[in-house]
Design a protein around this ligand. Structure first.
Ligand code: SF4
Length: 477
């Protein structure tokens, strides 16, 4: 008698890096015979892949686990599994405080998802998952305690050291025309507000050939847009002894015929080299788009954040990016309300934002993380002050964005159509090379020539006809 496959429902929270982990776990489960469902209420097993980046992300993770626990007690699900960053941080508390949770899977043990869900079948090959490369900088920081988490309740002693490869099964959760590729995992930087290194381990890169092989496979399966991700993509290859690893990788991927757009996210400011900029400028398929989270612009705050740099240096760097890549789209993000941030330091940041004129900008209020160096430093600002500063910075950016978007009216761009707009079926929506998936504004399409039937996942030429604060309106030409 044929066995009925176990239905597994996945809830993936947090950033694209976590999404790729979810896709890998779904791939392993599907390969082992499980049926995946997007409706948690229909699932025999529910997996929540959590985020632990900042306080609000942790709260969202806990709320989701509790919601899924209710589905387990009052519904069909027999098992609840929690995976991801929250497990690395609060392994024992989750088990102790939420008895409905049957198993936990940390960020470094994704292959355990089969045993955790109880899905029959085993990995079809020996585990390829342990990568043993590191950067001297990371080794040095490790020796000095950067990755220590001994005081964390239930944290396992071994740091995560997992990376998928091109042969790892993966089920894409993104539309078929676009995919993320994680090219590296972990982070060696010392940023004092961040516990991601303790959650994700030391920086390690995937093999060059592995990334290329995955990109080729994705292109053969219909993917046209690739977004390279990692905690810091600009360090790519350093642990493998590769010089200019990211530019070489981008160049190689640009040679894959079926790919149309290639971009990378999360550049570290002082790792944006002339070679990287030249490579972006030289290849049409590499989107003229740089996402460089700067976190602050006041040199004194940046020093306390253990990042270095400052407004003058950053302005010169921005100017160089614009000079080398005419028309480049620049995205950044900032943290406001860092412990001890004075009015004067915040004003430096405001002034920098006015001068730098970023195309896209995100602002996070500082979130206190036990285990991060900043936790014990400086005078903490109140939540009200932090939120006030966040709003104040976003007000400046809104004006900049509005003017920048208005200046695009009348210009033509390549457009990737993504289907009906979320707001109304009367409009279509898409993105241009200026828009990375999910994080940037969008292009609303309100007109196209007679005889054209626009298709989701296809590329068109569009002309911008109107602009809002962050979104554009365009017609297909
Ligand atoms: S670069 Fe800094 S903020 Fe980003 S993951 Fe690494 S330590 Fe955290």
């Amino acid at each position: 008698m044929a066995t009925v496959p176990t239905k597994v429902g996945f809830v993936s929270l947090g950033c694209p890096k976590n999404l790729v982990d979810s896709e890998v776990m779904m791939g392993m489960l599907a390969q082992a015979g499980a049926e995946l469902t997007s409706a948690a209420e229909d699932a025999d097993v529910i997996v929540v892949n959590t985020c632990s980046f900042i306080g609000s992300a942790q709260q969202e993770s806990v709320d989701t686990i509790l919601e899924m626990a209710r589905l387990k007690t009052g519904g069909r699900a027999k098992k609840l599994v929690v995976a991801g960053c929250l497990v690395e941080r609060f392994r024992d508390q989750i088990r102790r405080n939420i008895p409905e949770v049957d198993a936990v899977v940390g960020t470094g043990e994704l292959e355990r998802i089969l045993a955790a869900t109880g899905v029959a079948g085993a990995a079809t090959r020996p585990s390829p998952f342990t990568i043993l490369t590191s950067r001297p900088e990371g080794d040095h920081r490790r020796a000095n305690g950067r990755f220590a988490r001994d005081s964390w309740d239930g944290a396992v002693a071994d740091l995560p050291n997992y990376l998928y490869d091109e042969a790892t099964p993966r089920v894409l959760a993104t539309p078929g025309y676009t995919a993320y590729i994680k090219i590296a995992e972990g982070c060696d930087h010392p940023c004092s507000f961040c516990i991601i290194p303790q959650l994700r381990g030391q920086f390690r890169s995937r093999r060059f050939e592995s990334v290329v092989a995955e990109a080729e496979r994705l292109a053969r399966s219909g993917v046209r847009e690739i977004t390279l991700i990692g905690q810091d993509t600009t360090c790519y290859g350093e642990d493998l002894g590769l010089k200019d690893g990211l530019p070489l990788l981008l160049e190689k991927l640009a040679g894959i015929e079926d790919l149309r757009w290639i971009r990378f996210l999360y550049a570290y400011p002082n790792k944006i080299t002339g070679k990287l900029l030249d490579t972006i400028a030289a290849h049409e398929k590499i989107c003229s788009y740089i996402d460089v989270p700067l976190q602050h612009a006041s040199a004194t705050v940046l020093k306390r954040m253990k990042r270095g740099g400052g407004a003058d240096l950053f302005l010169r760097s921005v100017e160089k990016m614009r000079r080398t890549i005419p028309g480049v789209t620049l995205r950044t993000s900032f943290i406001v309300g860092f412990p001890g941030e004075t009015e004067k330091e915040f004003e430096e940041l405001r002034e920098f934002v006015r001068e730098a004129q970023f195309d896209w900008m995100g602002t996070f209020g500082y979130s206190d993380q036990e285990g991060a160096t900043a936790f014990d430093q400086g005078k903490k600002l109140s939540l009200r002050e932090i939120e006030g500063r966040r709003k104040s910075l976003m007000t400046i950016q809104k004006r900049i964005s509005r003017a920048k978007k208005k200046a695009l009216i009348g210009r033509e761009f390549e457009l990737l159509l993504e289907g009906a707009s979320e707001e109304t079926d009367l409009l279509l929506a898409g993105r241009t090379p200026m828009h990375a998936p999910e994080i940037d504004g969008k292009v609303l399409v309100n007109d196209y020539p007679e005889g054209v039937a626009p298709q989701k996942g296809e590329f068109y030429r569009c002309r911008v006809t109107a602009a809002h604060d962050y979104d554009l309106v365009a017609e297909i030409v």
